[in-house]
Design a protein around this ligand. Structure first.
Ligand code: AMP
Length: 111
């Protein structure tokens, strides 16, 4: 499968790893949009949030336990979690991922 994040997970493309377990992988975004910007992805290839089902949702819940743990370890008190679903929302890599951003530029918000 020609998926950038699957290639990162396979070690075929280098990444700045933060955390890994049997279900998910966290690494720094190559083009950070804030002082801290990392991504958390399921190891299982799920295309996007629209592909989350009752059968694969456990990994999403798991990721949402990993994110606060990592943020605490990184000393981040405030942060924003973003998922872009679909090209119209800005999704460029078709492997489910959650952006975690923290820093001084989070004042502007859409919602
Ligand atoms: P999205 O636009 O929501 O699909 O997010 C994809 C993210 O992946 C963007 O923020 C990119 O900067 C990031 N990205 C692309 N290639 C890499 C890479 N090789 N390593 C780390 N992050 C990447």
């Amino acid at each position: 499968m020609d998926c950038l994040f699957c290639k990162i997970l396979a070690g075929e493309i280098p990444s700045k790893k933060i955390y890994e377990d049997n279900l998910c992988y966290a690494f720094y975004d190559i083009a950070p949009q804030s002082d801290t910007h990392f991504l958390v992805v399921p190891k299982q290839h799920i295309c996007c949030a629209a592909e989350i089902t009752a059968e694969n949702a456990d990994v999403v819940a798991h990721i949402f336990t990993v994110i606060p743990k990592l943020c605490k370890e990184l000393g981040l008190d405030s942060y924003r979690i973003i998922n872009n679903c679909g090209a119209g929302a800005g999704q460029t890599v078709l492997h489910l991922h959650f952006h975690v951003l923290s820093g001084s530029n989070l004042g502007e918000r859409l919602v």
